[in-house]
Each structure stands twice: as structure tokens, then as C-alpha cells.
Design a protein around this ligand. Structure first.
Ligand SMILES: Nc1ncnc2c1ncn2[C@@H]1O[C@H](COP(=O)(O)OP(=O)(O)O)[C@@H](O)[C@H]1O
Ligand SMILES: [Mg+2]
Length: 896
């Protein structure tokens, strides 16, 4: 990011915190303008991204761009949506903390495009698997469906979202998207029955008529021509050249099938029923009571909704008043009947939309696989695409809700930004300096406080029996909140401001500016009855509610307040990132920078306030390593390398650069610079230094080339070594695993699991046998064979024995054989140590040649010691052998 600092005169600063005159709105807008002219549509305010709709394809959303932002620090690349998306994703993965990205701005400012681009970024860059691919597809394909039912052409945007959307994307422990959930807010139902000039109803109606197959249309009782339907021609522009309903219909159909809507005829029959409802006409009878004149429509409606025609007809021309616990039914006049019809159409469509969102949610639901035991580790990233502040000539309840929502979001923003600033100061060990800012809690309270807040009063007035009108509501409001500094009405205003306020208006001084709301309209203070339980059998058919004050919402304002506070809770539990979208002109034209329009948005988006909070302390902060790396060439002590701690290096550097005490602070890991001019001066010095260094750049380049070559070779060799070791380890692990598996399966018949083990056991038995074969025929030792070699072992043993006997026999001389036969006859079974004497040949003498035996002493226990002269020995032995049983334990000792 610093790399663009030098071009700041031409392209402005990439971060508004670097604006010298940060309190000047003119300087802010000038910076936006400079960048917009250079097609640089993104600029930061700290970590908030400001985006200006270019209204042209900038080719900055390719795969290569996505790769450029993947895993890269915020400040290393120029501002982009992807940087925000990537930053949130990385925090989600590393810190395992839920994230949310809040996208706000006027209609047509580029919120929905930004949401889609962020989703695409995740679809491309996140890890994938078959299941994940399906989820990614569904997440992406839910958009065209929601847009068909919730978007419409308006004067400001051909594809304007007429509802607020909060979408959660769930990621598993591997960082792959595995599920999603959508919450919708404030669908603009009034569009179903009325559109301003130049605007259209929701896309789906036109798409169905343009693209629907003849067969389908016939079944739904529809004609191809949108001009035939009252609800489609209020804005007198059913067909628009920039929109291809036919193609969009195909996209929607395909998307419907991806998100599991294979049978969508039910859904389309409701869409068709709204069109038929719009064509229901009334005429007054003599008493002025409304009567239905278009029986054909009732017939179609009855068929499509599965309701009795008569029930429907009655419901449209009668009302029920509950008085003193009794139900009184009375006819409606023409105007009331038309109102009841429109209310019904809006309610039907609203319900269908909610049903659709629920259905999409079911198809996006994270199918928890308990066996993977990873369900608890799923983290969530939320995307909020909701209108920014709206200020029109005529502001109604809708704008009131939207602005209240933005008031709450601002409160959240201030709280969280200040909190994170404070936390950073704390962790860096820098004293916190309190920031003066406008706390808009006072306005939130004015709207939402129990009993005393505008919403409470409105609800109370709507539910009050009797003649509640918009004017009584206003009076009650004046009475309750008259002293509030952010509330004004015609009656409460002073002489000067009174002129700018109508009698049916009240004004709120929002944090972003004043908005005047009107409470006028047609009044139906009594309830307009609609068929209730009788027709609720249809899945989308609403229990038709009462219709009350025109300023009152189709849902109760308390309901909206509650859903908003739930949203705030969701957002509060996550780490937020912000994208503020700006529309450069009303003509949807590329390259046109309408300053007045932009100033208005800068004001109502609260950007100056954002900047003030962010700049309250320091304009710039960076980790010591990064700061030192960039600016080390400016000081001889830190150039070319600093060996010590980066913290000390930066201290030396800033001292050398002459930073004054009040210009900076040293934190634990970062340097904080208070003024942009300090940073700019350093940046300019760096530029000059680079130019002087340029002369020795050839040498420097050679050195760098050699260095990088050495590093490349080193890394290749290390890679090779590493791979070899890894292969060895892998082999070892594999062998051990096979061995253990083989051991477990050792008693099974030979199979792939145990063949290695069995072979090894056989081999080791045979090798062991080879080393330990019996040495002679009398050696009966034999290693224990494994069960599989039992038979083989027996055979080998026999063979071995036969072999030894054979070779033994081969060695025996005839004389020896004879002697042994004689000996066997004489001693076998009679002498204890006979078996030991079998392998040895009897010899004539054991005395050797060197000495002669003088005598032998034979100790015979029964006889006592017998001393024999040598020439008597053989004779005596032979004799004695005759009575061998007497000389069993003969001890013979020899002497001279
Ligand atoms: N980043 C962008 N690049 C090019 N065109 C854009 C971009 N963002 C928005 N647009 C154009 O502006 C139109 C309105 O944008 P959209 O996101 O629908 O506005 P919003 O949701 O704020 O009402 C889009 O249809 C598109 O033509
Ligand atoms: Mg939108």
C-alpha cells in the first residue's frame, strides 16, 4: 500500500486516515474524485472499505486478482473487496472467530454486486470437495432466485434489491464452505400493488410471462402480455431494453433446480394468483357497496389457491368489526374493497417470499456429519446487504425503518471500532486517549425505548380501540417526546423551521442528518377483514391480518424492532468488517462523478464520523519489521541489514530521521505515527534515496541474482533431501502398519491383510532353522514352527534326521561297525552310559604314546578299590564286564 504513496498527488491516498486535513469534507471528496478518475474505486478508512460504483466493467475481479489477494496482508496490496474478504476469512480460520461483513449504501451503490463478488471469491479460493462444491453452487444460485422475487427495476437501479439480506456462510475446520443461512428484512411489499413511474414490479412476474412455456401459462390462466395485468403496468415500463426477462427466466429456472426446487408449480401458482388478484375489479351497487365484477379472475384465483370462490369474493367486499366481543360484518365501499384486495396481494406475496427464503435455507443447511466430529468447529461468516440511510422528498414508514436500522448499525460500528482501537492500544501498551464522538444512542432510544419511544407509541396507537388516525398518532407523539432534542414537528418547531415542516410530518435529527417523515395516507383505522381460517389451507396463503394506519407497517413495528435487535445481537457476536458503497451519479453512467450526490452520501453514510473516530489517535501504524524493511535504507546504521531487534532498529531509524516526540509512539510490536505529514516526509526521503541507490543498482542486481540463485539451489537440495527422508518414513510407517494388521489377521486364511506378515514369519522361521539345525542324530532340538509351517517343519525335520543318519552311517568303518555290534550286544540296556559311548569308537588305549600306565585303580562300590597293573587291564575289564551288573559305578583313576 505504501508503494502508492508516492503517486498520491495523482491518485490520492489509499487510506483516508492519511488525509492531512481529515476533518474537511471537501478534501475527502477530492480524494474520492482523484481516485475515481483513475478507475480506483476502492479506498480505505482504516479497515473500512469505501467503494464507488464504477458502472462499468473494470476487469479487477478475475481469478488472477483473487489469487493476488489470497493470504496477503491488507497493506501490501491496493484496496479491494477481496482484501476485506480475505482478511475476514483468515481471521475466521486463524482466530476461529465468527466474522461479518456489513455492506451498506444507497440503492444502486453496488451493495448486492459486492456481496456476490465476495461469495464468488470464497467459491474460488476456499478448499473444495464434492459436497462443498454443491454447497458453493447453492450459495451462488440462491442469488438469482432471491433477486427474481425480491429485486425490481427502480429509477435508481435496474436490479434494485427491495429487501435487506443477511447471509451466513458456515465454514468447516478445513475452511471449506459447508452451509448457509439467510435472514431477510423489510421486503417492500407495497411494490406488488403499486410502482412509481419508470419502475417495475418484482422481476419474477415479468420473467414468468416472458419466459414461461405456453403450457405452464395456460395452466396458470395467464397471458404472455404484461400489459394485461394491472399490477404490472403502474410504472408504465413493463418492458425495459436493459433487462432480458426471457434469459433471466432460464437462469432462475436453473437456479431453482440447483437449490432443490424441482417442483415449483406451487410457487408459480401463487405468483400467478397475485396477478389475477390485481385484475379483480369492483363496481358499486345502489347503496354504494362494492361488488366483484370480474368473476373470471375469482374463478382462476379459487382454482390456484384451492379456495372456494364465494369465500374469496365475500372476503374482498366485507369487513368484520369486533365490537364489545362481537363480530359485526359490514360491506365495504369501492375504495375499501380495492384496499382490501391490495392488502391481500401484498400479504400473499410477502408470505411467499418468506416461504421461499425458508426453502432456500433448508437446501443450504449444514448437513452435520457427526462421525467427522467437526460440527462444533464450524465457524460463520455473515454478509449483510442492507440499504443505507434513505432520504427522499417524501419519507414514509419504510424509510423510517431503514434509517432506524442504520442508526443501530452506526451505534454498533462506533462501539466496535472504538473497542478494537482501545484493545489495540492496550495490547501495544500505549495510553488510551479518549475520543470525542457523537453517540447516537439518544436517537436509538427515541425510536425504540419502551413506552416512550416512537415504535411503542405507534404500536399502541394501532392497537387502540376507537378512532385512531395518523393525526392522533402524531399528536400522541408530540405529547410524549416533545422535549427530545432530536424530534420536531410543525407544532413544536420555531417560526423559522416551521415553514419546512408539514402538519402531517415529523422530523428526526439522525446522526447523519435530518429526515422528515410523513404520516399521511388513506386511513383505515378500523380493521379490514379478510378471510381467515377458511383459506389458510394453502401453504402460502396468509391468515389475512388486519390493516391499520397507513403509516403502520405490514408487520408490527415492534416485530421489526425485535428482529433488528436480534440482528444486532448476531452482528455483535462477530468481528465486523465494513464496506460503504457510494453511487457516483443517478444516471447509472460510467465516469460521471456527481459531487452533490456524493457529498450527500458521504454525509448520510457517516463517513466523516468514521474517519474522525479512526483518526482520533494515530494516522498510521505498522509492525516494526515491516516499517524497518521499507525504510531501513534511510539510515546508515540500519542499512543494509539490522542485526538486532526490529524494535531497536526502528528506534534508531526514527531518531536518525528526526521524528519529534509528539509525532510518534513506540508500542510493543508496532510504531504509531500521529500525522500523515510525518509519514509522507519519510516516504519522500525514501524516493530520493532510491534514486541515489539506482546508480549502484547494477552491482546490486548481480548480487541479488546470485543470492536468489543460491537460495534456489539450496531450496531444491533441501527439498530433495526432505523428500527422501519423507519417502523412507512413509515406507517405514507402511511396513509397521502392514505388520500390525497382519498380526491382527494372523489366524485368518491368507488374504491381502495378512500375507506380508505370514510371509515374514515363514521367512524368519526358515532363516532361524538354518542357523540352528541339529548338529548330530542325538540332538533333538528343533525350533517351534509357526502354525502355517507345521507340516513343512515335520518334513524338514525328517529330512534332516535322515540326512544326518545317512552321513553318519557313511562315515562308519567296517571295523567300527563290528565293534559297535559287539558292544551293543554286550552293553545295550545294561550299562547307564552306554548311549553316550555309541558315537565314539572304542580304542585300544586312551593313554597316548607319551606316558605308560603303571596301574589303574578301579573303584567298585561293592568290592572296594581294585589296583590293576597295566598288562592286566584288558583281561580284568573283560572279566569284570562279564559281571557288569556289579560294576555299574566303576570309577577308574589312573596313576604312575
Ligand atoms: N463493482 C462494480 N463494477 C461494475 N459495475 C457495478 C459494480 N457494482 C455495481 N455495479 C453496477 O451497478 C448496478 C447496481 O448495483 P447493485 O449492487 O445492484 O446496487 P445495490 O445493491 O446497492 O442497490 C449493478 O447492476 C451494476 O451494473
Ligand atoms: Mg441490492
Amino acid at each position: 500500500m505504501e508503494s502508492a504513496l508516492t503517486a498520491r498527488d495523482r491518485v490520492g491516498v489509499q487510506d483516508f486516515v492519511l488525509l492531512e486535513n481529515f476533518t474537511s469534507e471537501a478534501a475527502f471528496i477530492e480524494n474520492l474524485r482523484k481516485r475515481f478518475k483513475e478507475n480506483l474505486i476502492y479506498t480505505y478508512i482504516g479497515s473500512v472499505l469505501v467503494s464507488v460504483n464504477p458502472y462499468k466493467d473494470l476487469e479487477i475481479y478475475s481469478k488472477q486478482h483473487m489469487e493476488r489477494y489470497r493470504g496477503v496482508s491488507f497493506y501490501e496490496v491496493s484496496p479491494h473487496l477481496y482484501a476485506i474478504a480475505d482478511n475476514s476469512y483468515r481471521s475466521l480460520r486463524i482466530e476461529r472467530k465468527d466474522q461479518c461483513i456489513l455492506i451498506s449504501g444507497e440503492s444502486g451503490a453496488g451493495k448486492t454486486e459486492a456481496t456476490k463478488k465476495i461469495l464468488q471469491y470464497y467459491a474460488v479460493t476456499c478448499p473444495a470437495s464434492d459436497q462443498v462444491e454443491t454447497v458453493k453452487d447453492r450459495l451462488l444460485q440462491s442469488n438469482p432466485v432471491l433477486e427474481a422475487f425480491g429485486n425490481a427495476k427502480t429509477l435508481r437501479n435496474d436490479n434494485s434489491s427491495r429487501f435487506g439480506k443477511y447471509m451466513d456462510v458456515q465454514f468447516d475446520y478445513k475452511g471449506a464452505p459447508v452451509g448457509g443461512h439467510i435472514l431477510n428484512y423489510l421486503l417492500e411489499k407495497s411494490r406488488v400493488v403499486h410502482q412509481n413511474h419508470g419502475e417495475r414490479n418484482f422481476h419474477i412476474f415479468y420473467q414468468l410471462l416472458e419466459g414461461g412455456e405456453d403450457d405452464l401459462l395456460r395452466r396458470l390462466g395467464l397471458e404472455k402480455n404484461p400489459q394485461q395485468y394491472h399490477y404490472l403496468v403502474k410504472g408504465q415500463c413493463a418492458r425495459v431494453s436493459s433487462i432480458s426477462d426471457k434469459n433471466d427466466w432460464k437462469v432462475v429456472r436453473r437456479a431453482l433446480s440447483v437449490i432443490n426446487f424441482n417442483d415449483n408449480e406451487d410457487l408459480l401458482s401463487i405468483v400467478a394468483s397475485v396477478l389475477h388478484l390485481g385484475n379483480v375489479q369492483f363496481a358499486a351497487d345502489e347503496q354504494g357497496n362494492a361488488q366483484v365484477t370480474t368473476e373470471n379472475q375469482i374463478k382462476y384465483l379459487a382454482r390456484l389457491l384451492g379456495v372456494e370462490g364465494s369465500v374469496l369474493r365475500e372476503a374482498l367486499i366485507h369487513k368484520t368489526i369486533i365490537a364489545k366481543g362481537e363480530e359485526l360484518v359490514s360491506p365495504l365501499n369501492l375504495e375499501q374493497a380495492a384496499y382490501a384486495r391490495d392488502a391481500l396481494a401484498k400479504a400473499v406475496y410477502g408470505r411467499t417470499f418468506s416461504w421461499l427464503v425458508n426453502k432456500i435455507n433448508k437446501s443450504l443447511a449444514y448437513k452435520v456429519n457427526l462421525s467427522l466430529t467437526c460440527w462444533r468447529s464450524a465457524t460463520v461468516l455473515g454478509l449483510l446487504d442492507i440499504y443505507g440511510f434513505e432520504v427522499f422528498q417524501h419519507n414514509s414508514f419504510e424509510q423510517f425503518c431503514i434509517n432506524y436500522c442504520n442508526e443501530k448499525l452506526q451505534q454498533l460500528f462506533i462501539e466496535l471500532t472504538l473497542k478494537s482501537e482501545q484493545e489495540e492500544y492496550e495490547s501495544e501498551g500505549i495510553a488510551w486517549e479518549p475520543v470525542q464522538y457523537f453517540n447516537n444512542k439518544i436517537i436509538c432510544d427515541l425510536v425504540e425505548e419502551k413506552f416512550k419511544g416512537i415504535i411503542s407509541i405507534l404500536d399502541e396507537e394501532c392497537l387502540r380501540p376507537g378512532d385512531a388516525t395518523d393525526m392522533t398518532f402524531l399528536e400522541k407523539l408530540e405529547e410524549t417526546v416533545k422535549n427530545h432534542p432530536h424530534f420536531l414537528t410543525h407544532k413544536l418547531a420555531d417560526q423559522k423551521t416551521r415553514k419546512s415542516l408539514g402538519r402531517e410530518e415529523f422530523r428526526l435529527l439522525h446522526y447523519a442528518g435530518e429526515v422528515t417523515y410523513s404520516v399521511t395516507g388513506k386511513c383505515y383505522t378500523t380493521t379490514t377483514p379478510l378471510p381467515d381460517t377458511r383459506v389458510t389451507s394453502h401453504p402460502h396463503f396468509p391468515p389475512l391480518q388486519t390493516v391499520t394506519l397507513p403509516f403502520s407497517p405490514p408487520i408490527s413495528s415492534t416485530q421489526f424492532k425485535n428482529s433488528l435487535s436480534k440482528l444486532m445481537e448476531i452482528l455483535m457476536s462477530k468481528e465486523p468488517s465494513y464496506i460503504r458503497c457510494i453511487k457516483p451519479n443517478d444516471a447509472k453512467q460510467a465516469g460521471r462523478f456527481d459531487e452533490v450526490l456524493i457529498r450527500h452520501q458521504v454525509k448520510y453514510l457517516g463517513l466523516m464520523e468514521n474517519l474522525r473516530v479512526r483518526r482520533a489517535g494515530f494516522a498510521y501504524r505498522r509492525k516494526y519489521e515491516i516499517f524497518l524493511q521499507r525504510y531501513k535504507s534511510l539510515c546508515s546504521e540500519t542499512w543494509p541489514t539490522w542485526e538486532g531487534r526490529p524494535h531497536d532498529g526502528v528506534a534508531v531509524l526514527v531518531k536518525h530521521l528526526g521524528y519529534k516526540q509528539e509525532e510518534y509512539k513506540m508500542g510493543r510490536t508496532k510504531i504509531f505515527i500521529r500525522f500523515p505529514k510525518t509519514l509522507f516526509a519519510t516516504e519522500d526521503a525514501l524516493e530520493i534515496r532510491k534514486q541515489s541507490l539506482g546508480k549502484s543498482s547494477v552491482q546490486c542486481n548481480t548480487f541479488l541474482f546470485l543470492l536468489s540463485s543460491a537460495i534456489t539451489i539450496q531450496s531444491w537440495w533441501r527439498g530433495t533431501q526432505g523428500r527422501r527422508i519423507a519417502t523412507k518414513k512413509k515406507w517405514a510407517v507402511e511396513t509397521i502398519r502392514r505388520f500390525i494388521k497382519g498380526f491382527i489377521y494372523r489366524n485368518y486364511p491368507r488374504c491381502s491383510e495378512n500375507e506380508y506378515f505370514l510371509d515374514y514369519i515363514r521367512y524368519s522361521f526358515l532363516m532361524n532353522l538354518k542357523r540352528n539345525l541339529p548338529k548330530n542324530v542325538l540332538d533333538k532340538s528343533w525350533p517351534t514352527p509357526p502354525p502355517s509351517l507345521y507340516e513343512v517343519s515335520q518334513l524338514l525335520r525328517q529330512l534332516c534326521m535322515q540326512n544326518m543318519v545317512w552321513s553318519y552311517c557313511k562315515r562308519i568303518s567296517p571295523e567300527w561297525k563290528q565293534q559297535k555290534v559287539v558292544a551293543s550286544e554286550m552293553f545295550k540296556g545294561k550299562k547307564d552310559n552306554y548311549p553316550q559311548s555309541v558315537p565314539r569308537l572304542f580304542i585300544n588305549t586312551r593313554l597316548g604314546d607319551t606316558f605308560s600306565l603303571s596301574f589303574l585303580v578301579i573303584s567298585v562300590p561293592a568290592i572296594g578299590d581294585v589296583v590293576l597293573q597295566s598288562d592286566h587291564v584288558i583281561e580284568t575289564l573283560t572279566k569284570t564286564a562279564m559281571s557288569a551288573d556289579k560294576i555299574n559305578n566303576v570309577n577308574i583313576s589312573q596313576g604312575r
